[in-house]
Design a protein around this ligand. Sequence first.
Ligand code: GLN
Length: 485
Amino acid sequence: MHNQTLAQLSAGLAAGDYSSVELTRHFLSRIEQLDPAYNSFITVTAEAALTSAIAADEQRARGEVHPLCGVPIAHKDIFCTDGVRTSCGSKMLDNFVPPYDATVVANFAAAGAVVLGKTNMDEFAMGSSNETSWYGPVKNPWNTGLVPGGSSGGSAAAVAARLVPAATATDTGGSIRQPAALCGITGLKPTYGRVSRWGMIAFASSLDQGGPLARSAEDAALMLNVMASFDPKDSTCVDREVPDYTAGLNDSIAGLRIGIPKEYFDPGLNSGTEGAVRDALAQFEAMGATLHDISLPHSALSVPAYYVIAPAEASANLSRFDGVRYGYRCADPVDLRDLYMRTRAEGFGDEVKRRILVGAYCLSAGYYDAYYKKAQQVRRLIKQDFVEAFKSVDLVMGPTCPNPAFAFGSKGDNPVAMYLEDIYTIATNLAGLPGMSVPCGTVDGLPVGLQMIGNYFDEARMLNVGHRFQQVTDWHNRTPEGINP
Ligand code: GLN
């Protein structure tokens, strides 16, 4: 059962091949047996999952249900879950049990999906390797000596190891697409405003966006159908009709104009990764698409602009963790100042503290114009590059990451080397555009991701193009060794 896609599981449930209870038990036992090796879950909600599976089976027996009714999923531990600890990968929130569901979580509950648990992640979603989680690193199922990517590494590893058919994730600078690429699965970061951020713990509010990690484009479409909704509780959520993302999956892609940015094939790109991406582009050409060389001239500025804007927003968002309202509180504070200082010193990890310091510095009166304002101006130029590009092409394509999965500790003492892992993904968030990663080959047996960047609200086209690619390739069906006992 665990090798079936979400689409197949949904059909299997509808045909009565198995019940949701059987399916749920099967995945829960895989998590119990295999996850000690991957550490992809922070919390497993076995009892609640079985209760909702029973309810899903009853609902199905009564008649028409949502396609995801009874299908197991998992949520990144950044989405608030009513009555279930939501840690955001941090000691600061280790004891935090939200009294409400995030809108994304509520949407899945309304569809009748069964939640197996909460997945591991970099602390407050800051990282590209999952090494910053307070709950320990997640291991890449393709090679447990390597990172799964981050920050949604738990969701990505769980899907890659077939511990859950699909999971939710978030992407502020690449955290859906990069772990998807490194774990050989499909991930989609929607247009900013497509998915509600309400109840999704904030890292950098103008960049954060929730989206699915799944086995295939078709499964990502099924997930996005549930995740995307207009939500008046999130003032940046866009009131725009949610199409059925599965409707156009099989449309022809003949005539599709694909832009290839020269800046995404720079000397920093691994040659094996480049080869796999170029083969995929040739495949699209064979399917009737046309390739066009383009330029996104401000690409090199995206990492520096991001590492001003994201920390600036983080420093403001994370000021709420003060030992008073929720989460960790230091022992025996002598006064209010001591409470604030020791709570934050003890509750946050090093990377989070680094971001808060950088952000507070960039926003300080003396440096605001030089750093924050300048970064916002650069952000506009980056966005403008894409607006220009989309005048002559339908999609932009290139690698998701410069390298395949790397070893634990290999970038430990060099934050800038880690930040450069997101060189191809960050511009998308700065521009608010949708981005998707699909498996397109391997380097030394490790998965490589092809990135597609679409125009605003063009998710349906991206899913269509991804699906057509997956009908003629089998990279997305490859499975890491040892996960199929
Ligand atoms: N790796 C990037 C960072 O550390 C992006 C993280 C994300 O998308 N949440 O900020």
